[in-house]
Design a protein around this ligand. Structure first.
Ligand code: SAM
Length: 232
């Protein structure tokens, strides 16, 4: 999968993209991520990416021209381009608190695309006319962050885990919380006793069907208690 990140702070991605699972995914050529600095498409001598809002009011707005040029450089032509296979089209996502909330269902769907283009806003957001080139607006929750970079990282990490080969054992992803509509079961490792607390007996029994049954019950119990909304 190719991911183009359009941002005015490309440096913010240096850490997350070069560590852990995302770095491994890049090494294995499963993920090809590039960061484009929107500022590099400005034409004035001060490299201005923002301007005052028409109509007055607080804050600044990201100017449309450099964002448009950055989108073009990532291969984006126009919204609803007719591709025979819709998953081959570069899917343009604007990270926005006003978008659909990122959930596992959306993450699974995004993992099917060959090319994602993530647009990170700042200030009061981008000039509304740019939405013409945006396919989806995605939020990471009902709160407002300073910019779209951290939301983009959240999206990339969650999508990367769904790509075959990124997480070694695909069962581990499929048993995670939300994948099948439940929360995950509790996990334990050695030692079998820690500060006088013992690991549940069944996990030491070696009886795989009992272990599986216990885990299913635990996952259901937890979901009922903590997230009954998931069971509806
Ligand atoms: N004025 C905007 C509003 O109230 O909807 C908020 C702008 S916010 C300060 C600046 C940028 O951060 C947004 O354009 C967006 O790219 C990003 N952002 C902030 N909160 C976000 C969230 N919850 N999910 C995704 N992106 C977010």
């Amino acid at each position: 999968m190719k991911i183009d990140i359009l941002t005015i702070f490309p440096k913010m991605f240096e850490g997350p993209l070069t560590c852990s699972l995302l770095a491994k995914a890049a090494d294995k050529k499963i993920l090809n991520i590039s960061c484009t600095d929107i500022r590099s498409f400005t034409k004035d001598k001060h490299n201005k990416v923002d301007d005052r809002p028409f109509g007055g009011g607080p804050g600044m707005v990201m100017k449309p021209e450099p964002v448009y040029e950055a989108l073009k450089s990532a291969g984006v032509k126009k919204r609803n381009n007719l591709y025979k296979n819709p998953f081959k089209k570069p899917l343009v996502i604007y990270m926005s608190p006003q978008g659909k909330t990122l959930k596992t269902g959306i993450v699974k769907k995004l993992a099917k695309y060959e090319h994602l283009v993530l647009l990170c806003g700042h200030y009061e957001g981008i000039d509304e006319r740019i939405i013409e080139w945006v396919d989806e607006e995605i939020s990471i929750g009902d709160y407002v962050l300073t910019g779209g970079e951290i939301p983009a990282m959240v999206l990339i990490d969650s999508v990367a885990r769904m790509l075959p080969g990124v997480v070694q054992d695909k069962l581990s992803v499929q048993q995670d919380s939300f994948y099948n509509g439940f929360l995950d079961y509790p996990h334990y490792t050695r030692p079998a006793e820690f500060k006088k607390m013992k690991v549940p007996e069944v996990l030491l029994s070696g009886n795989h069907s009992d272990i599986e049954k216990w885990r299913k019950e635990q996952a259901l119990e937890r979901t009922k208690k903590r997230r009954p909304d998931l069971l509806k």
